[in-house]
Design a protein around this ligand. Structure first.
Ligand code: ADP
Ligand code: F6P
Length: 485
């Protein structure tokens, strides 16, 4: 891995841990879930940098600060917490971020709630993040802002007089112009993004969608495509460099963590419980973008079309609770529960339950044991920025495992050649892919998974951070190399 800047500052909506209240009201720490934390935590541990984000609480209190300080000692990097009031959580986090940008950028515009009061709070909270950055920032710090909740941070930092080079990475997709045009704040969002010096997207498709929107909506800017990365030129500010940098995992760390005695033990327990049956595995945060109901229907269609597979195969679906204060998520939880019970009600036989449904955040060791035990992973988001679970399964799963992957996951751009790709909206097509996974000859499976691993080893999280920081021209001092923007 290339040298990291002296002071790397990651800024994201959430800290990698969040403070939650126990039943008796005492605050406790729990790890945050999601791909962003999985990817960035090893980087910041290595850089011993700083992470700024929301603590999960409403207001600062001494116990929370002590808990964070204690956690920082064991994690190896410092954390500075943002506290969000109830109203800010509702309008900035649940509202603008997760009822507008999230569904729109995942092509699900009918799920958007374009409440006009959300925007002001989004701006206000982005300012709050900028003010906290300003308190902890020094000249040799590289500020790297993450994801759609914080698009306006650079704009707010500029208004505070901070002239540093600032990078931004969008973990979710950037939509096609026909969808982006629906956003009432479309110019503000584009202009907010253009305050960064380097903008990173997950895939070439996202990057192109963005450039098309810029060209169509901001006639005063020019795009220079002559260099390695396109440059967006503006009259009154620094150019913005743009690129795509598919995010990844630390495969060596995952492989090592998946082969400890504890995981061996859990793996044996799972295998014993399922005896000779093949396990198909789904792992997702509770989210309507993940295509969980369609997937359950595809599994049901498989059992219907190929009854000889009944009692020989089970689906284990892990769902990690997420954003349940938004009604769309609470409804989804009900829909999933109902579908699981309908399918189980229809097919269960003595000693065999078709779907094992787990609704909680599993300890990491258990998750890794499931990866190892699964004959195939069924990863079928309707749309996903990347999907790290796909990479984790390819690395930790069995040497003859099969990856079934939605063509609408960013990961498909890299992994489709050696996975069974599906259109997640096509229930019968997905059922057929499942059948193909179960009947694929072993040698073929081994060959595919080894090619997937090769690719993930080559393009790992360290490659991702190196490529991004090189594009940002960050030197070890944290300063930006002269003459290159
Ligand atoms: P997203 O960022 O949308 O949640 P990803 O697939 O990119 O989707 O990332 C999900 C991350 O959450 C993965 O790194 C995965 O290991 C982690 N994760 C998934 N399930 C669990 C679980 N039950 N407990 C803890 N972490 C989980
Ligand atoms: O990857 C998308 C993302 O929204 C991240 O920004 C976030 O860390 C993760 O999913 C989990 O979402 P939330 O913080 O809303 O629970």
């Amino acid at each position: 891995m290339q040298e990291l800047p002296n002071r790397l500052m990651i800024v994201s909506n959430r800290l990698p841990i969040s403070i939650a209240e126990q039943a008796d009201g005492t605050p406790t720490i729990k790890p945050a879930s999601g791909g962003l934390v999985t990817a960035l935590d090893p980087i910041l541990r290595q850089a011993r940098g700083t992470w700024i984000g929301w603590s999960g609480t409403n207001e600062a209190d001494q116990t929370v600060d002590q808990l964070l300080e204690h956690a920082a000692n064991s994690i190896g990097y410092s954390m500075h917490a943002i506290h969000l009031s109830q109203e800010e959580q509702e309008k900035f986090y649940l509202g603008f971020s997760n009822e507008i940008i999230w569904p729109l950028f995942h092509d699900l515009q009918s799920r958007c709630n374009f409440d006009p009061s959300y925007w002001t709070t989004y701006e206000q909270v982005n300012r709050k993040y900028a003010e906290t950055i300003a308190q902890h920032y020094r000249d040799d710090t590289y500020i790297w802002v993450q994801d759609y909740q914080l698009i306006n941070v650079a704009c707010e930092l500029r208004q505070l007089g901070i002239d540093a080079h600032i990078g931004f990475f969008l973990h979710i997709p950037f939509p096609h112009i026909d969808i982006f045009l629906k956003l009432p704040w479309r110019e503000q969002i584009l202009n907010g993004l253009l305050e960064y010096d380097l903008l990173g997207f997950q895939t070439n498709r996202d990057l192109n969608n963005f450039l098309i929107c810029v060209e169509a909506l901001l006639p005063d800017v020019e795009i220079d495509r002559s260099g390695e990365y396109p440059l967006i030129l503006h009259a009154d500010r620094n150019p913005t460099k743009v690129g795509f940098f598919p995010i990844s995992i630390d495969p060596q760390e995952f492989r090592a963590a998946a082969h400890t005695p504890n995981v061996d033990n859990l793996y044996s327990q799972i295998r014993e419980a399922f005896s000779e049956r093949k396990i198909i595995l789904g792992v997702d945060r509770l989210d309507y973008t993940k295509g969980i109901p369609d997937r359950l229907q595809a599994f049901s269609a498989l059992l219907e079309t190929y009854p000889e597979l009944q009692q020989k195969i089970s689906l284990t679906q892990v769902v990690v609770p997420s954003r349940e204060d938004i009604s769309e998520y609470a409804d989804l939880k009900q829909t999933i529960q109902q579908l699981v019970s309908e399918i189980n009600g229809k097919y269960t036989k003595i000693g065999w339950v078709p779907i094992h449904y787990i609704f909680r955040s599993l300890p990491r060791e258990e998750l890794l044991a499931y990866y190892r035990a699964a004959h195939a992973a069924l990863i079928t988001p309707l749309k996903d920025g990347m999907n790290l679970v796909a990479k984790e399964y390819a690395v930790c799963g069995p040497d003859d495992g099969v990856l079934i992957l939605s063509e609408f996951a960013g990961a498909a751009m890299q992994l489709s050649e050696h996975s069974l790709t599906v259109n997640p909206y096509d229930i019968n097509g997905t059922a057929q892919a499942l059948y193909n996974a179960v009947t694929m000859p072993r040698l073929e499976r081994i060959e595919h998974i080894s090619k997937l691993r090769h690719s993930i080893n080559q393009y790992d999280i360290y490659w991702w951070v190196d490529t991004f920081l090189q594009a940002a021209n960050v030197k070890r001092s944290g300063a930006i190399e002269q003459g290159s923007s």
